[in-house]
Design a protein around this ligand. Structure first.
Ligand code: G3P
Length: 214
């Protein structure tokens, strides 16, 4: 299972969480990675943890003030990027452009979507993975795998009907090892989570609990 920890703009110490993700990764067969804010990418990557960006823009080098260029993200040490997170929604054409920009920079891609229909559309753009996250469950602590298992199974079917090579992750409210196991049982190859780790008093203990049953 792939466990991708999105730090959003939570006021956690990105280096503390990064070191915890790195250390717990070394104790498990699961693959763990962290997605800090863009300004923290380089320092986080220097810890040796697998580092992801939260977003890249559908742009190339040039006059794009305030944008995030995929090549710069890669130079900062990131190996992948989220695209179209529910908190950073893009138009379809821009999702396509961001996937292409990430590919150009050799970044792995996870395109987020709200529901199975959008997952099908996202999968058609050829990312490495898609992640289904019902927005109403984000940050609630109520796991999507429990509150809405159909949405995960339908997302897996929607992606497979478009492109078998696109993996499916799920997210929203995931915070325990049981949630991760349930996500896997529904056909998901990984989870995308944030508050369960970024807002935990002890991020390392939270991560240990997440991977314990894997
Ligand atoms: O990107 C992860 C996400 O939106 C889910 O957040 O806090 O419900 O784990 P959370």
């Amino acid at each position: 299972m792939f466990v991708l920890v999105n730090l959003k703009t939570y006021p956690c110490d990105p280096l503390e969480v990064a070191r915890a993700v790195r250390d717990v990764n070394d104790t498990t067969d699961a693959r763990l990675a962290v997605a800090p804010q863009a300004a923290h990418l380089e320092r986080v990557a220097e810890t040796g943890v697998e580092t992801w960006a939260q977003h890249v823009d559908p742009i190339d080098y040039g006059s794009n003030t305030g944008h995030t260029l995929a090549e710069t993200v890669a130079e900062s040490g990131a190996v992948g990027t989220l695209i179209n997170h529910s908190e950073q929604r893009l138009k379809l054409a821009d999702i396509d452009g961001s996937v292409r920009a990430a590919e150009r920079a050799d970044l792995e891609t996870v395109v987020c979507a709200n529901n199975p229909a959008q997952i099908g559309a996202a999968a058609a753009l050829g990312p490495d993975a898609v992640a289904v996250e019902p927005p109403e469950l984000i940050g609630t602590g109520t796991p999507v795998s429990q509150a809405d298992p159909d949405v995960v199974e339908d997302a897996v079917a929607a992606a497979a009907s478009v492109d078998d090579d696109v993996s499916v992750l799920c997210g929203a409210g995931i915070s325990t090892g049981d949630d991760v196991v349930a996500a896997g049982d529904l056909g998901s190859e990984g989870v995308l989570l944030a508050s369960g780790v970024a807002k935990a008093d002890d991020p390392e203990a939270a991560l240990e609990d997440l991977v314990e049953p894997l």
